[in-house]
Write a protein that binds this ligand. Structure first.
Ligand code: HEC
Length: 118
């Protein structure tokens, strides 16, 4: 009886030790993922805003709230993406809105962004 108990005790101890030794901390990886994700989410708008800062905001206002030109904050309500792209490419003759300020790629980005502003 006594021998058995001792053996059982030793066994429990051995198992316990093994479990402890193998149980290193799990690797802590997932922290970085969130950051890069939020960066890509806002990239489109950031790009469009950067383009417009240089070329559009002098007339349409720092926050697109309007100046010489009308506010563009809610331009998506008045015009769809094609309509906006047309204004950017051709301007509006007889008004202060100049065309040809942006290349095709910039026009695409800005028109896409503005069409979502409703
Ligand atoms: C020199 C001043 C000026 C600059 C620079 C300018 N705009 Fe304009 N924009 C105007 C004016 C003025 C109007 C109003 C035209 C009208 O009366 O139909 C206008 C109209 C618009 C409209 C149509 C709004 C609507 O409700 O019909 C869009 C879209 C627009 N601009 C986008 C842009 C973008 C994008 C840029 C930068 C590439 C830009 N504008 C640069 C003066 C400017």
């Amino acid at each position: 009886m006594k021998k058995l108990t001792t053996a059982g005790l030793l066994l429990t101890l051995a198992v316990g030790l093994a479990a402890c030794g193998g149980g290193d901390k799990p690797s802590s990886a997932p922290a970085e993922q969130n950051q890069s994700q939020s960066a890509t989410t806002s990239a489109g708008g950031d790009d469009a805003m950067k383009i417009m800062q240089g070329k559009c905001m002098s007339c349409h206002g720092q926050e697109l709230k309007g100046g010489v030109g009308p506010e563009l904050e809610k331009v998506g309500k008045r015009l769809d993406k094609d309509g906006i792209a047309k204004v950017i490419k051709e301007g509006r003759s007889g008004t202060g809105m100049p065309g040809g300020l942006l290349n095709d790629e910039e026009t695409e980005k800005v028109a896409t962004y503005l069409a979502q502003q409703k």
